[in-house]
Design a protein around this ligand. Structure first.
Ligand code: NAD
Length: 343
């Protein structure tokens, strides 16, 4: 197909290259969101001669304040636009080597009350990007997916080869995108890789998601809403660990592959809540048990042997990273207070 597949970004495999000498151009979609903004910051650290274009529609979840510290960096450019818009995507692709697709509607509860935009952005937007990968012969495309595509598992952990069994419109739209990526790899040999990570937490997460919602509620003297009996289990990963894992896959992953990324911290929601209450000096009386989410998956769990064998492991301990995250929200009230009014 004429793709340049040997874009060797790994300095260990290719000692003649080092990152300072590599003027790789990245297109990050959804870079004004939680994980995307943390990823852009990491990229600019790791690729001093790299270039980053951030294409983001700036939905309610997109926030340019997430990138205030780097907005004037000459290596960084922001382009406002929708990944479903072929014209703007093609404009953004000029001279790009690698695309990472973080752009998505990402909140399960919102997908239950309004699924259409999820299908549009998460699935159809991915198709527009995949067509651009073909047209512009992009050297690598990373689809940022989620553990939720596998659905719930009572015992054991999902491997990358397991079937997809999504339960919410959100996870179904992400699963549909994964299948589309798979089909483009099989049909058009696009140089794509899928990464599926577990629940992220850390700085710059929109305060509708559990951890920032709970911290900010507690800082405002409000209660914390726990779904059902609080026994749902999630694996948690600190966002910087996830960003490092994704970059590790960009540099070392096998084209056409899928990589699960987990933090190795499976916790019941009620237990996370209790740890947070302890850190913030609050008692159980602030817990408000609320009606369970329809279709609420009981447990997510990923087998991460494949990415461990590729040479990545999380660096942060859950307890310490959670404490630092709580401290970050405590000391960045100017960041979240305006967002909280909209939640
Ligand atoms: P987020 O909701 O914080 O950010 C999403 C970003 O995408 C926002 O900046 C938003 O403006 C942008 N966006 C939305 N629709 C767009 C469109 N049509 N065109 C261009 N930009 C658009 O999400 P996040 O938590 O940072 O998640 C990023 C990615 O990681 C998503 O694909 C999500 O499915 C995946 N993921 C997230 C988690 C998690 O725990 N947060 C876990 C696994 C996977």
């Amino acid at each position: 197909m004429g793709w340049e597949l040997n874009l060797n970004l790994n300095p260990h495999l290719n000692p003649h290259l080092n990152h300072t000498a590599m003027a790789v151009k990245f297109l990050i979609t959804g870079g004004a969101g939680f994980i995307g903004s943390n990823f852009i910051r990491l990229l600019l650290q790791r690729y001093p001669d790299g270039k980053v274009i951030n294409l983001d529609k700036l939905t309610y979840a997109g926030n340019l304040n997430n990138l205030k510290d780097i907005e004037n960096d000459p290596r960084y450019e922001f382009l406002k636009g929708d990944i479903c818009d072929e014209k703007i995507v093609e404009k953004a692709c000029k001279g790009v080597d690698i695309i990472l697709n973080f752009a998505a509607e990402s909140h399960v509860d919102r997908s239950i009350s309004g699924p259409a935009v999820f299908i549009k952005t998460d699935m159809m937007g991915t198709q527009v990007l995949l067509d651009a990968v073909r047209k512009f012969k992009i050297k690598r495309f990373i689809q940022v997916s989620t553990d939720e595509v596998y659905g719930s598992i009572q015992k054991g952990s999902f491997k990358e080869s397991d079937n997809l069994m999504p339960s919410s419109p959100y996870s179904a739209s992400k699963a549909a995108a994964d299948l589309l990526v798979h089909a483009y790899i099989a049909t058009y040999k696009v140089p794509a890789i899928i990464v599926r990570s577990t629940n992220n937490f850390g700085p710059y997460q929109y305060p509708e998601k559990m951890i920032p919602l709970f911290v900010t509620n507690l800082l405002q003297g409000k209660k914390v809403p726990v779904y059902g009996d609080g026994l749902n289990v999630r694996d948690w990963i600190y966002v910087l660990d996830n960003c490092e894992a994704i970059l590790h896959v960009v540099e070392n992953g096998e084209l056409g592959g899928i990589y699960n990324i987990g933090g190795g911290n499976e916790k019941r929601n009620i237990d996370i809540t209790r740890v947070m209450l302890r850190h913030m000096g609050k008692g159980e009386e602030v817990i408000e048990y609320v009606k369970d989410r329809p279709g609420h998956d009981l447990r997510y769990s990923l087998d991460c042997d494949k990415i461990h064998a590729l040479g990545w492991k999380p660096r942060h301990s859950f307890e310490k990273a959670l404490k630092e995250t709580i401290d970050w929200y405590s000391s960045h009230q100017g960041w979240w207070k305006p967002l909280k009014e909209k939640v």
